[in-house]
Design a protein around this ligand. Structure first.
Ligand code: SF4
Length: 250
């Protein structure tokens, strides 16, 4: 497996919000979605800081941070979209699991291919070495998802169902954008769907922010949500109630 090469955008060596405990987050290059609120558009196609690594090289680098992780921290693969480099991520997770490290995949689920047995076999291999999936649920309806990201979400909902059937631990996150992802019926439908899934340990609202706008400008891209405000505390609270936000045990 040493011939696997990962394309890595960047690292966060002391991440506090990318899963349980203190974590090292690995941001992988590439994503097929085009979320209007994306704060990492520099991971899409163009990347000034691309690092190429094999799984053993990445594993060795990550293990330097082990003293920070204590009993409940570990490594999170994010992006971009980590499932676009699934074999590389799987092999790195396999090495980490040999050392007893907690592993997490933060995904939007777009690459999931229900019905593709070869793809699912690779996904199953990833499941075997992953402790937690953080799934970004952007909208519930396919139409709204297309409007927001350029892609439908039937396969993403299918991935959640698959993870549930495999009894994998799941956290669900929803970015709240006023006037864009705060529709009452959408949030209620999400809550009802989530309630049908096993082992969902946490449901969170992430308030939309504009910290990535400079990256869009640097890439010469027009920011689609110009003028959209960040949600107020009251709007976040309302959405948390509608979606049924909670933080359970890991
Ligand atoms: S899935 Fe993540 S990286 Fe991809 S476009 Fe959406 S916010 Fe950006």
């Amino acid at each position: 497996m040493d011939n696997l090469i990962g394309r890595i955008h960047s690292f966060e060596s002391f991440a506090l919000v990318d899963g349980p405990g203190v974590r090292c987050s690995v941001f992988l290059h590439g994503c097929a979605l085009r979320c209007k609120f994306c704060h990492n558009p520099d991971t899409w196609t163009h990347c000034d800081s691309l690092t190429l690594m094999t799984p053993p090289e990445l594993h060795k680098k990550l293990m330097r941070y082990r003293p920070y992780w204590k009993s409940n921290g570990g490594v999170t693969f994010s992006g971009g979209e980590p499932l676009l480099q699934m074999e590389f991520v799987t092999e790195t997770c396999r090495l980490l699991k040999k050392d007893g490290i907690h592993t997490c995949i933060d995904t939007a689920g777009q690459p999931f291919r229900p019905g593709d047995e070869a793809w699912l076999a690779k996904f199953d291999a990833l499941l075997d070495v992953t402790d937690l999936f953080i799934v970004d649920m952007k909208t519930f309806s396919d139409r709204a998802h297309r409007e927001l990201t350029g892609h439908g979400n039937a396969n993403i909902l299918a991935m959640l169902r698959y993870l549930s059937e495999k009894r994998k631990r799941i956290w669900i996150r929803h970015v709240l954008v006023p006037g864009v992802t705060d529709d009452e019926q959408e949030l209620i439908q999400m809550r009802e769907y989530i309630a049908t899934l096993h082992r969902v340990r946490r449901v969170e609202i992430l308030p939309y922010h504009t910290m990535g706008v400079g990256k869009w400008e640097k890439l010469g891209l027009k920011y689609p949500l110009e003028g959209v405000p960040m949600p107020t505390a009251e709007e976040v609270k309302r959405a948390e109630i509608l979606i049924g936000a909670f933080a359970g045990r890991n």
